[in-house]
Design a protein. Structure first.
Length: 78
C-alpha cells in the first residue's frame, strides 16, 4: 500500500490504504488489525472498482470497513 490510515469503527481497528495501479487509478485496500499493536493483520475483501485519486480510494476503503463492521454488529444485535 502506498499510504495507510488507521481507522477505528465500533471497536474494530483497520488499516485503510490505496494501492496505485497505474497513473490516475488507485485500488482501495482494507486490512483488519487484531491485537495491539497489530499482532495479526487480516485482509478483507477489497473493492474491485478503481478510484481516480488516492483520497477517493481511502474513502472507499473506510466505507468498506464500516460495512464490514456493521454487518458483524447486526448479527450480534439480533
Amino acid at each position: 500500500m502506498s499510504r495507510n490510515v488507521v481507522f477505528v469503527y465500533r471497536g474494530y481497528h483497520f488499516l485503510c490504504g490505496a494501492e496505485k495501479e497505474r497513473p490516475g487509478q488507485f485500488r482501495p485496500v482494507v486490512v483488519r488489525q487484531l491485537g495491539f499493536p497489530s499482532e495479526k493483520q487480516v485482509p478483507l475483501m477489497n473493492d474491485a472498482d478503481l478510484c481516480r485519486t488516492e483520497a477517493e480510494a481511502l474513502r472507499h476503503a473506510e466505507q468498506q470497513a464500516i460495512h464490514w463492521a456493521d454487518s458483524r454488529t447486526e448479527l450480534h444485535e439480533v
